[in-house]
Write a protein that binds this ligand. Structure first.
Ligand SMILES: [Zn+2]
Ligand SMILES: [Zn+2]
Length: 425
């Protein structure tokens, strides 16, 4: 149960590893008006929000099952006030110019009232709205210290969010299924409830839109086959390619190419949670984050761009190859013009299970929209040894039976080898 509400104050509750000390920080209005259309570019003057329950004064949280705000104390529901609206993209160059100018004129972090926890162990920075409900870092399960909370530095604002759709109950079922399906996972790992942390964490993404025009020069290869008899008189087939010079132009349109903006995370594993239904994103409101964690970005929109750009360049190359056509393609030169480059800063929902095993954190990620699970699993040496022993025993038994009951002769089949080689000339 939460502490009694204090009018005009923001309650920030910490539960350090040892016990349940409550700390109250004051400052900031209890309730913000809904976001206005012409919101300031950067959250310079914003205060930490809480959403008090009209019935009992407790702090409302975003309830995934109902997609409403719900009071954990009395069960009272409250509608989300922010209107559901599509997210507008921002021009990359303009936004980065503004951010850099602000960073240059500001010494040290901005006092925004936005609270962040920086984990002293893994360096992950997470922000929260209202009460901090987590007691451990969601990434490494290190207990969160009171000192780890600090005010947020100047950042690009969050433009959109796709709210969690999979609630804790369903996420636990999914993770349970995943863990029990790992045959070699040690039994300690399976008892994750006693060891780990299980948290709903919005992750920071930048998604990019771009229009490109590309001019290319290359060659189209048409394959043909020749047959001949080799020195042994066997029939052989060779594939050869005839090349024709080509040139042309292609146009690509990219919409919402996502890049995870967080470092010190298992990027490859999180990448396998794609695709994300980013088209379902709605204009950001902190209401969706209330009661959950939100990882703040480590790389801004400019620093995250190279990853998106290389994905787009791959796609452009595919388009050029399709345009060249034929059986094979050669690209000699490729010139792209980037006509527009826009981004959105979007929060995407991930359930994160962290288990400490042999002094090492193991993370399992669940896409909070599709339920896709991707995780690391510790392999038990004992279980592997048992499995290997059983396999060896099985082979021994088969060999013994074979020797005891004689052998069946297997007919000698003839094999025809077809030589099939490709000459690129
Ligand atoms: Zn209530
Ligand atoms: Zn950590």
């Amino acid at each position: 149960m939460g502490p009694p509400p204090v009018a005009g104050a923001v309650a920030v509750n910490f539960v350090p590893s040892g016990g349940g000390a409550d700390v109250q920080a004051s400052g900031g209005p209890v309730k913000q008006p809904p976001p206005q259309a012409d919101r300031a570019m950067l959250h310079r003057t914003e205060h930490t929000r809480t959403y008090p329950c009209a019935a009992c004064g407790g702090q409302l949280q975003f309830d995934i099952a109902s997609q409403k705000l719900r009071c954990p104390n009395c069960g009272n529901y409250s509608e989300i006030e922010a209107p559901r609206a599509p997210v507008a993209a921002r021009d990359l160059r303009a936004a980065i110019g503004e951010l850099r100018a602000l960073q240059a004129t500001t010494a040290g972090p901005e006092v925004t009232g936005n609270h962040e926890i920086k984990c002293q162990n893994c360096g992950g920075t997470t922000s929260f709205v209202g009460s901090l409900t987590a007691t451990r870092c969601p990434y490494c399960a290190t207990p969160i210290q009171r000192d780890d909370v600090h005010n947020a530095p100047a950042r690009l604002p969050v433009d959109g969010v796709v709210p969690f759709r999979i609630d804790e109950k369903n996420a636990r079922v999914l993770v349970e299924k995943w863990v029990s399906g790992r045959w070699f996972a040690p039994s300690e790992f399976k008892k994750y409830k006693r060891l780990g942390s299980f948290a709903s964490v919005y992750h920071a993404y930048f998604t990019y839109n771009a229009d490109t025009y590309t001019w290319y020069q290359g060659e189209q290869g048409i394959e043909y086959t020749e047959t001949y008899r080799d020195s042994d008189g066997d029939l052989q087939t060779v594939t050869r390619v005839r090349w024709y010079p080509v040139q042309g132009e292609v146009v690509n349109q990219f919409v919402d190419v996502p890049v995870l903006a967080n470092e010190h995370t298992d990027r490859e594993r999180i990448k396998t949670l794609e695709p994300w239904p980013i088209q379902d994103a709605t204009t950001y409101s902190p209401e969706y984050v209330a009661g959950h964690l939100a990882r703040t970005y480590d790389r801004d929109a400019e620093e995250s761009l190279p990853e998106a750009r290389s994905e787009m360049e791959n796609e452009i190359e595919h388009t050029v190859r399709r345009d060249i056509g034929g059986d094979q393609q050669r690209i000699h030169s490729l010139n792209s013009t980037w006509n527009s480059l826009a981004y959105k800063h979007v929060l995407l929902p991930i359930w994160l299970l962290t288990v400490i095993y042999l002094d090492r954190p193991f993370n399992v990620y669940i896409n909070g929209l599709t339920g896709e699970v991707s995780g690391e699993r510790p392999w038990s040496k004992i279980k592997i040894a048992i499995a290997v022993t059983l396999a060896v025993l099985l082979v021994v038994v088969i060999v013994v039976l074979y020797m005891k009951f004689g052998h069946h002769s297997t007919g000698h089949g003839s094999t025809t080898t077809v030589h099939h080689s490709t000459h690129r000339r």
